[in-house]
Write a protein that binds this ligand. Structure first.
Ligand code: SF4
Ligand code: SF4
Length: 176
């Protein structure tokens, strides 16, 4: 009996043949169809080095095949650190880093947002940064001869309000 999980198989009923066109219409996704699955991106990816479940070639192949929901709902697309190593090395000029950004943007539009990004957005909305700064931090800065920084950053929450990002996030289908 095969030990492969259900995820290893392609279910033809779940394929969306238009997914590659949807990606290629968005800025950064234009070259996805040039991928010939050489694997150079995966071979040099620093994220893959520490987590072999992450495989940019596989993600691109799944996207080209139209396995849309599985790609968009996957945690893996959020692991790309945007280091651009694959971008530099891809012989087909696929611009994988930007394809990953396109996939993340479509995922957000479809309501799939990784919980860690939601937490980061909430922190940035509350403090204007990924962590809260207070006068204790400014005292440390003063001791090191650094100028003080504002402990509140209301501009960011205004940007969030104008863009409506927190409303988008509140509709996320991702589980905490
Ligand atoms: S390096 Fe480029 S052509 Fe090769 S698998 Fe990755 S995206 Fe496809
Ligand atoms: S940009 Fe993303 S996919 Fe490409 S090598 Fe860096 S971490 Fe890997």
């Amino acid at each position: 009996m095969s030990s492969k999980s259900a995820e290893a198989y392609i279910n033809f009923n779940e394929l969306d043949p238009d997914f590659k066109y949807e990606i290629s219409k968005l800025p950064g996704g234009e070259n996805i169809k040039y991928c010939f699955a050489c694997g150079t991106c995966s071979a040099g990816c620093p994220v893959r080095e520490i987590d072999e479940k992450y495989n940019p070639r596989r993600i691109i192949r799944m996207a080209l095949l139209g396995i849309k929901d599985r790609v968009l709902s996957s945690d893996l697309i959020w692991l790309c650190s945007s280091c651009y190593t694959c971008h530099e090395r891809c012989p087909q000029g696929v611009r994988i880093t930007e394809v990953m950004n396109v996939l993340k943007n479509i995922a957000v539009r479809e309501g799939y947002i990784h919980p860690s990004f939601i937490k980061q957005l909430e922190l940035i909305a509350a403090h204007g940064r990924l962590y809260e700064m207070d006068e204790f931090d400014n005292k440390k800065r003063e001791r090191m001869g650094l100028p003080p920084v504002a402990t509140k950053c209301t501009e960011v929450s205004k940007i969030f309000e104008v863009t409506g990002i927190l409303k988008v996030v509140s509709k996320s289908k991702s589980e905490e």
